[in-house]
Design a protein around this ligand. Sequence first.
Ligand SMILES: [Zn+2]
Length: 158
Amino acid sequence: MLRTGLGRDLHRLVKGRRFLLAGVELPAQRGELAHSDGDVLAHAVCDAILGAAALGDIGSLFPPPDPAWKDADSMALLRSVFGMAKQSGWTLVNLDCVVCCEEPKVAPFRDSIRQSLAQALEVSVDRIFVKGKTGEGLGPVGKGRAVEALAVCLLEKE
Ligand SMILES: [Zn+2]
């Protein structure tokens, strides 16, 4: 059986916060504002996997008001989400992601981000891809006030 999943997330960008994509810190003037560490890509990937496996969504599994998730390591959340999917018999066929922000540029960090995701999802790096896009100066992403991530995955079960 094959199942697709889609995830999307957005965080405000503010000064004094780290800019994290799948656990990789990119040098940037502003970082993601969130109750957790704000890792927008990790969150989108969590929702893609949870959606494909019909196991819930990140907001219900890790509710933001819960103090347990304050400054939470989102890659630990992703590993726990993938563990749940694995327990239901799912493995990852592939994952494709888009990160939208004006800065920093994602491309120089693409391979580190792919490696980090491949490690968390227990697959080889050739099954993971990540692209960076800008907002063309339009909307909150284009004005540099937010970063958005989209993820689509394919899960397989015997
Ligand atoms: Zn988020």
